[in-house]
Design a protein. Sequence first.
Length: 247
Amino acid sequence: MTEKSLPARYTIKADAETVFRLLPEIGKLMIIGKTDDVTHERIGPVEYVERQGDALACRGAAHDSLIRIKDIATIVADTTSVMRDQVYPRIDFNDVDGRAVVSVVGFGGLEPFEKALAGLSLETLPANDKAAERKQRPEVADDDPGRLPLEAALASGQPIGIAFEKSGFSQRWTGVVPKVSLAMGFINVMDGDFHLHLPGGSVASWVSRTVEGRTELTALGKDGKGIGLTLHADDGAIFTHAGEGAE
């Protein structure tokens, strides 16, 4: 495990665009968009970062995200996460209420992370003594609406798009669903460069529409409002394909 040379937690005193443009130097990393209803993660090196109006786009074979930088008020780094003697340093790009607009986790340990941030002004933060609470969730129901189109897509063997959008952030993945797994109350789709974690019960229904000749399914919560998750396919029949795909 790489020895730490910086504080465990600190604020990065730089503008968001400066920090985002350093991401290609970190190497393999995860970009995380998250709400209580959806977690959407892309994994791999960021190849380049470019401006698109008031947003920054993170691009590459494993990345396709857009971040509205005016929504970011503070940038906090945390290097306390350790698994199997490997440090997974994290950067939270937070809004004015301290909620993460987007988070980035490095997969290469501390050395490339600290090297990328070298020269930036940092302000030490106190240790975070609040342990993350893991909610106890019931098992995913057999007829949970959230799992049905994903399992149908898996059974079809055809590529689909899975997109997520929330205030200040959007991210996409396109590919063939490799597996739909049910664990700890979540519906999970996990590929080498993509993870989707969908709590059971977060989707009450789907609304289908045709956009530029493609089928788009929008996930609605119990309140009838969108939860930010959409599925896309060239052929809408993919989402009703017969077959068993979950484990």
